[in-house]
Design a protein around this ligand. Sequence first.
Ligand SMILES: Cc1cc2nc3c(=O)[nH]c(=O)nc-3n(C[C@H](O)[C@H](O)[C@H](O)COP(=O)(O)OP(=O)(O)OC[C@H]3O[C@@H](n4cnc5c(N)ncnc54)[C@H](O)[C@@H]3O)c2cc1C
Length: 401
Amino acid sequence: MQYDVAIIGGGIVGLATGLQLLRQKPKLKLVLLEKEDQLAKHQTGNNSGVIHSGLYYKPGSLKATNCINGYHELVRFCETEKIPFEITGKVVVATREEQKPLLENLLKRGLENGLEGTRRISLDELKEYEPHCTGVDAIHVPQTGIVDYFQVALAYGRKIMQAGGTILLNHKVLNISQKGNCNYIETKNKTVEAKLVINCAGLYSDKVSQMGEDPQKDVKIIPFRGEYFKLKKEKEYLVKNLIYPVPDPNFPFLGVHFTRMMKGGVEAGPNAVLAFRREGYKKSQINLGELAESLAWPGFQKVAAKYWKTGFGELYRSFSKAAFTKALQELIPEIQESDLVDGGSGVRAQACDRNGGLLDDFAIRESQSLIHVLNAPSPAATSSLSIGGTVAEMALKRFEK
Ligand SMILES: Cc1cc2nc3c(=O)[nH]c(=O)nc-3n(C[C@H](O)[C@H](O)[C@H](O)COP(=O)(O)OP(=O)(O)OC[C@H]3O[C@@H](n4cnc5c(N)ncnc54)[C@H](O)[C@@H]3O)c2cc1C
């Protein structure tokens, strides 16, 4: 059988793309290939579970537009499918005087992105929102929410199957070749044929992008592990909803924060350290080949030179619980090391170009017979239906010809 479209990757982006394709063209013959024995095992199943509002992103960027559109589509989807979510709001808190102008810029950006009701709050109001949090300045973002993205992804998967799509688990894609108008996708089990291939392989999207004609060779995925602690049950009262620091403008991640989770509990983190293996969820997991590839990538060497100071701080906090606790105490001074228990980790797929730029925006590329989602880090879970809609439109244009 020849499929119209084969999607590689059963994370939230691949699944949202499948769902949007079938919504727009119900008769499409669609298959989704996932290497694991379950959906959403990687980034999608190991994230902070925050429905981002669009506060941080450059107005007009793909992150800003897809996050804002995706936010509304996600909320509608959860309402219709009865997936629990909560619009909790969050506070972003400056803890040092020098962060005040950065917070002001963040507020301006949020307002430019249309976040009505996002505003500077007094320190008394901060105490009302988060009684145990201290700072010198704060903003409140009412739109932010929480959801379990694993549940969202499984629901996208169910909808794909209800709409006649096929999902094949345990089908790791090993190679792709083309003959005429057909892609031959060699998997661990069998070869699948499809007119169009969409690469949504997350941590391996660069590897898949090098299969077949027109390999994309200018981008490498650098894996950054994010480690979490959890507040002990009896200390959960310290956090009502979500508390974020002002992000370091010299580092592409948001800084350790507190998040009340939809599935229960409060998480603290994630930090951001280079993972020595793409799916390396523990410090001890090392893949020498993958590590060597990261270190040898010219772009990574420039990134390391640029962010070495912050990077070392993150690494130190990864090995020292006391240092991690100290970072958290900036926001909640009464937190103690003994209040924190191990909370697992996730690994971010961050694309890096040859010249040393960590790709700031989402990146989607087209070649003759493939579409590649090459960079879909946070807030791609929030944005999934919007990214999926964009990719679906690109794909369906090819079937109009
Ligand atoms: C620590 C952390 C915190 C985050 N917090 C948030 C947040 O609060 N809010 C938010 O919006 N976003 C957040 N994100 C980002 C979000 O989780 C990701 O952007 C999103 O899950 C990306 O989805 P994906 O489908 O591209 O990737 P993935 O979920 O990683 O899925 C890719 C899939 O491709 C499969 N695959 C790979 N190679 C192959 C192959 N050769 N053959 C077949 N299958 C293959 C993998 O097994 C995997 O299932 C966070 C991410 C992390 C890591």
